[in-house]
Design a protein around this ligand. Structure first.
Ligand SMILES: [Fe+2]
Length: 503
């Protein structure tokens, strides 16, 4: 492509081709235009988003160097520590009503809270899709719906209803004064944990893989669209591929034979829940079909309010990037057509130039893979004690409202092996480990001075929003170096908001 002038100097117009030139050659693309691409998911392709199955070698190597090797070390640590931690877990009490409310309304579990009807004081968290799980022998799960009353900004849980199933011919509603209340809370916590792991959180991961791969393959590296998205794509394609298709993943059929699988069913069965989070379930309001343009940030909850606040600087930044892209840009048009063919709700090549769609699409991608995804892990890993996750339950659901008075501690519903596995998974998968550069230290390869100025302003806005967010919810994931949540005043940044999905 590069031509030389008669004096032997490179022709500068050829070295820096205009990024809107529709005839850019393959060497202007990250992988010579032979990069990753989405294809139908091997399991449940009718309901799940497409997967990226062929990972570029360089991304494979980077994942092993920075993440795979850490998982091996984490497993060795878990072998030493998990069983001791689990022994203590067995003796620990079930969550009190106050702790239960904190978990269900102030953490990532706030994602399920939905007003029962417009203007109602009652809210529900619906875990109907638990009926899809086929538990391993000796274990149980149940579809339940929690009902909350919101009064003066304070939630109270008024009931937990066990829905009809093949073995339960009539719904059972348990209230806080019933003897079955503790056991009912255990099942509600289980439903919430599985919906975090398999319904709402995967919707942050997997649809974005298509955008990640298509950007790398179909957008030239000198294009501002590529330069905006690329810093937020590191490690993710390989990570998601390992999670979904790896030999040792907790979502394949043989997962229960590993030492780190803490779950109650084989992974192939559980994978159905990924489809629920993407395609919806039975037309229920609790399970809307995924829509790229409508990410969850419900400001009726504190957790959602924090996510909404954080979205503002991303949109302002993305608007400045979108402004330098002409509405006739051929790469953006094709990029949008490819993405829209693979991701529900993504605007196509015509709609991408309507209104503020391009800015919004960019902002949603960057915000989703950094703040929204990171905050979920942080909340699930640190704000919800492991003993309150109840990933395996060995006590059947209550037969009536008086069944379960003897259920007082964690050891009444789970055994040592269950909790050792859960502690192992916590060390390996649930904890967060942000790699450098984190979100606030991320740089962008923009050539335009005004876009570099936009980066400076973006970083300043993020810092200012972080202060606001800390006032709303002090426990929300931090933007910058923060205190070790367990050991006190050790300053670390591995718990800060990451630039991409890397755990
Ligand atoms: Fe994740």
């Amino acid at each position: 492509m590069t031509k030389s002038t008669e004096a032997g100097l490179p022709d500068s117009s050829q070295i820096q081709p205009l990024w809107t030139d529709p005839n850019l050659p393959p060497d202007q693309f990250l992988y010579d235009r032979m990069g990753p691409w989405p294809q139908p998911a091997p399991a449940y392709p009718m309901t799940r988003p497409p997967e990226v199955l062929n990972i570029p070698t360089s991304e494979d190597v980077a994942w092993w160097e920075w993440i795979g090797s850490r998982l091996v070390l984490d497993y060795l640590v878990a072998k030493l520590e998990a069983s001791g931690l689990a022994k203590t877990d067995l003796t620990r009490p079930l969550p009190t009503d106050y702790e239960f409310l904190q978990i269900m309304t102030r953490t990532v579990y706030a994602r399920y809270l939905r007003m029962e009807s417009p203007g109602s004081a009652y809210w529900v968290s619906d875990f109907t899709a638990m009926e899809l799980i086929d538990p391993l022998p000796g274990m149980y799960c149940a579809p339940v719906v929690c009902r909350f009353l919101l009064k003066d900004t304070v939630f109270t849980c008024v009931s937990i209803t066990f829905l009809k199933t093949a073995t339960r011919i009539k719904e059972l509603t348990v209230t806080p004064t019933d003897k079955a209340w503790n056991l009912a809370k255990v099942y509600a916590c289980q439903g919430a944990a599985y919906h975090a792991l398999f319904v709402v959180h995967p919707a942050l991961h997997f649809p974005m893989d298509s955008v990640n791969a298509i950007t790398k393959t179909a957008v030239p590296q000198i294009h501002p669209l590529f330069q905006a998205i690329f810093p937020h794509t590191t490690y993710t394609l390989k990570l998601d591929n390992v999670v979904l298709e790896g030999e040792d993943t907790i979502v394949n059929k043989t997962a229960p034979t590993t030492a780190w699988d803490p779950l109650t069913a084989n992974g192939y069965n559980l994978k159905q829940l990924f489809g629920v989070g993407y395609s919806g379930y039975k037309g229920l309001a609790a399970y809307p079909q995924y829509n790229y343009m409508k990410p969850w940030m419900n400001s009726g909850t504190l957790y959602g309010m924090c996510l909404r606040q954080y979205f503002k600087p991303f949109l302002a930044f993305a608007t400045k990037i979108a402004c330098v892209i002409p509405k006739t840009d051929p790469y953006v048009k094709r990029w949008a057509d490819y993405c829209s063919a693979n991701v529900y709700g993504f605007p196509d090549g015509l709609a991408i130039f309507d209104s503020d769609n391009l800015a919004r699409v960019l902002a949603i991608y960057m915000w989703d893979v950094s703040v929204a995804h990171g905050a979920d892990h942080y909340s699930f890993g640190y704000d919800i004690p492991l003993k309150d996750k109840f990933l395996r339950i060995r006590r059947p659901p209550p037969a009536d409202i008086n069944d379960g008075a003897d259920v007082q501690k964690v050891g009444d519903v789970a055994n040592l092996d269950d909790l050792t596995r859960a502690e192992t998974a916590k060390i390996m998968f649930f904890n967060v480990f942000t790699l450098s550069p984190n979100l606030i230290d991320t740089t962008y390869a923009f050539k335009e001075a005004k876009l570099q100025a936009a980066v400076t302003k973006f970083h300043a806005d993020l810092k200012s929003i972080d202060v606001d967010v800390r006032n709303i919810m002090p426990e929300f994931m931090c933007l910058e170096r923060n205190l070790d949540p367990f050991n006190g005043p050790i300053i670390v940044d591995e718990w800060t908001i990451p630039a991409s999905i890397q755990f």
